[in-house]
Each structure stands twice: as C-alpha cells, then as structure tokens.
Design a protein around this ligand. Structure first.
Ligand code: THU
Length: 134
C-alpha cells in the first residue's frame, strides 16, 4: 500500500517510547502486516552500548513473536529527529531481507515530515540470504 498520512502519526507515537538515554537519538518504527495488524517499535539502548536494539528490529521481533511469518509484512515506516530521514542500519537491512518481501516498501521519515521511499531489495542489493546456504 502506498504511504498514507496516518503512518506518520503512528510512527511518531512509536518513537515516543524510545529508550535512548545514551545516544539521545530516538527512532520509531511502524510495521504493517498484509492482514491489517500493526506493530510499533522503538530503539532500546543499554549501558553496554553494543546491545542497543534498533526500532526496526523491535517491531519485526514483536510481530514474529506474535506468530507472523516471513513475507507477512506490507510496509515499514521509520522516523528520526534529524535534518534528513535516516535509513535502516546494515543489521536491520539484513533482518528486513530475512523477514520481508524484496519489494516491500520502506518509508523513511523525519520530524519535519520529509519522506523517502525505498524497498528492502534496494536497501540491500546482492544481500545474503538462506538461498545462499544451499
Ligand atoms: N537506530 C535505530 O533504531 N535504527 C537504525 O536503523 C539506526 C540506528 C538506533 C540505535 C541506537 O539506539 C541509536 O539509533 C543511535 O545509533
């Protein structure tokens, strides 16, 4: 489904739950399933910095934990407070590749409402996947 204005409100609400006392960089994610369910994610940091969990993965892990399967997702919207929308980190791109269709839209936004649209495949061209293990 094409980007809808209410995705922005949803993802900004998700971002409000960010636990990011170390970076002060709040990230929100709004994941939609093909059957109409939605999951919100936020980044969750730790005093052991490397344990930070990104907003994108928070939302995907919540959905999978609830019983959704790879390929069940329609879109993900991400938001940050920065001059330009930022795009998912490399680790999140790999997880998106594992769990989402190659052509699934990824909508990247910022606090100003700027939006950049991409897809899972465009964010991770030539990515490694289970097929490579054969
Ligand atoms: N972060 C995300 O939540 N998503 C990304 O794709 C990039 C980075 C978080 C991790 C950390 O809590 C903070 O942003 C600064 O890197």
């Amino acid at each position: 489904m094409a980007y809808q204005p209410h995705y922005f409100k949803e993802v900004r609400n998700a971002q409000a739950n960010s636990y990011s006392p170390y970076s002060n960089f709040k990230v929100g994610a709004y994941l939609r399933t093909k059957d109409g369910k939605v999951y919100h994610g936020a980044n969750v940091e730790n005093a052991a910095y490397s344990m930070a969990i990104c907003a994108e993965r928070s939302s995907l892990v919540a959905a999978i934990s609830d019983g959704y399967k790879p390929g069940d997702f329609e879109s993900i919207t991400v938001t940050v407070d920065a001059d330009a929308p930022s795009s998912p980190c490399g680790e999140c791109r790999q997880v998106l590749k594992e769990l989402c269709d190659d052509d699934m839209p990824v909508y990247m936004t910022n606090h100003k409402g700027d939006m950049i649209e991409s897809t899972v495949k465009d964010l991770l061209p030539l990515g490694f996947s289970g097929k490579d293990l054969n």
